[in-house]
Design a protein around this ligand. Structure first.
Ligand SMILES: [Zn+2]
Length: 471
């Protein structure tokens, strides 16, 4: 009886608390709206946010007289929260002094650094990214963070994750993968991964590599690839695949994969591939930042002084990188042999413009490109936008690639990815027009996730405490 009474009282308190803390609606009015769908911008719009959703999106006159917290956004620009659909969140590494062995397990233990993971997540919010898809990590790093994000325990973008990826023994990503070699033997392994990790999207790797200075490595047999895709789809999970060339991309697509974790980079894609991309509407991640970064650091180390990097990187790490370049000791940057590193850098310098042109052609034809960096810092997403602009993709399409197309990639376009009534209230308020210059996507005044304004001063950023950007 006494126990019952306690439960009743506790329940009553909860209801009361929920009512008491329920925030009043937020009204952003007189704003120029770029809704993320690719539609033309609309001036003098009002966006009302209530209960974490957009409840009204229309001309400012419709919100006249509505009660709530009002933000006069005259002269400002509103875009949906950005998506990075290809990250590997920091916070996992091998024990100190252990060398990474390409294509094989070293037997070393993984070490989880929770703070590094949380700081990386904070960097995304600071840079305007409200949703990330982690496409390969160790479960011990990413899954507890995903659980804490969903429980509202940490300041973080929405986290979607694959946990372990799936591949063939010795193939790409083998050391963070469930390694499968035959069917039906693999089914129990996949079931165990599904039951314990609950992947939101399952990443598979399908690449024999052998490009640039990389060795040839084993690859999943195609019938096994198809079984894996079918397994996850039958469990309600979308799939994505690491590929790097057109022929493997086509094989993966015709084995049933739902998205490409990279757009082909190894050469200009054929016109037929571009037509297929438009016809099939398969979302393809852009992932230029990772390759661009090989030469960017050497040729333009001053980028490390841009405000987003200053805020989101450890000052000691920025200083170390700049000193290595200044001293001409950049070969110490990678955990690989100097010759390997130099050749790989030169190779990536030739490949990135090819990838840029492939993305421009696919977008122009009506295909679905979605921003992904293959990195672990929000500033990298803004670099991805710059590289799309450099490729010749129109800014309106870049915003769509970074928002609505990201939601399509994850399969959440019904509830996320654009500023439309009924959708999750994830947004970025900008001081300047990103359609005039994509660099204005960095003029961030305010980031909102699920209807809550992010207080920058509460973000645990590697660059130290930052001020709120809008009072
Ligand atoms: Zn990756």
């Amino acid at each position: 009886m006494r126990y019952m009474k306690c439960v009743f009282l506790a329940a009553a308190t909860l209801v009361f608390a929920a009512t008491a803390v329920r925030a009043e609606p937020t009204i952003i009015d007189h704003v120029t709206l770029i809704d993320g769908t690719g539609r033309a911008p609309k001036p003098d719009m009002a966006v009302v946010i209530d209960g974490g959703k957009f409840t009204l999106v229309g001309p400012s006159v419709l919100a006249k007289g509505l009660a709530g917290q009002r933000i006069d956004a005259t002269g400002k620009y509103l875009i949906p929260g950005l998506f990075d659909v290809h990250i590997h969140l920091a916070g996992f590494s091998r024990g100190k002094g252990k060398e990474w062995a390409p294509g094989g397990k070293t037997g070393d233990k993984w070490v989880v650094d929770r703070k590094a993971g949380e700081q990386a997540l904070a960097s995304y919010l600071y840079a305007g990214v409200t949703t990330v898809l982690d496409v390969g990590n160790i479960p011990e790093n990413i899954l507890p963070l995903r659980a804490d994000e969903r429980a509202g325990k940490i300041l973080s973008p929405h986290i979607f994750a694959t946990g372990n990826l799936v591949t063939y023994p010795g193939s790409h990503g083998t050391d963070i993968a469930v390694n499968v070699s035959s069917w039906p033997e693999a089914e129990a392994q996949l079931q165990a991964q599904f039951d314990s990790q609950h992947p939101d999207v399952q990443k598979i790797t399908y690449d024999d590599e052998g490009w640039g200075s990389r060795p040839l490595i084993p690859i999943l047999p195609r019938d096994l690839l198809e079984h894996i895709i079918r397994f996850y789809n039958l469990h309600g999970v979308r799939t994505t695949v690491h590929v790097s060339n057109e022929s493997r991309a086509l094989e993966a697509i015709y084995s049933g994969v739902d998205t490409l974790a990279h757009t082909p980079i190894q050469g200009p894609v054929t016109d037929a591939f571009v037509r297929m991309a438009a016809a099939k509407q398969i979302p393809m991640a852009t992932t230029m930042m990772i390759g661009d970064n090989y030469t960017r650091l050497h040729e333009h180390p001053e980028y490390l002084d841009q405000p987003l990097y200053v805020a989101t990187m450890d000052p000691a790490e920025r200083a170390r990188l700049k000193k290595l370049i200044a001293d001409g000791k950049e070969t110490a940057l990678a955990n690989s042999k100097p010759l390997y590193q130099r050749s790989w850098r030169m190779w990536m310098k030739t490949q990135t413009p090819i990838l840029q042109d492939n993305l421009r052609r696919i977008d122009e034809a009506g295909g679905v490109i979605a921003t992904g960096t293959d990195g672990s810092n929000g500033a990298g997403e803004q670099r991805e936008l710059e590289l799309l602009a450099e490729a010749g993709v129109p800014p309106l399409h870049i915003i769509r690639a970074a928002t609505y197309n990201g939601a399509r990639f994850i399969g959440r376009q019904e509830t996320m990815g654009s500023i439309e009534e009924g959708k999750d209230a994830d947004l970025v308020l900008l001081a300047a027009d990103p359609l005039a210059d994509i660099n204005n996507a960095k003029s961030i005044l305010m980031v909102m996730k699920d209807g809550a304004i992010i207080d920058e001063s509460k973000l645990d950023l590697a660059g130290g405490m930052q001020k709120r950007r809008m009072e």
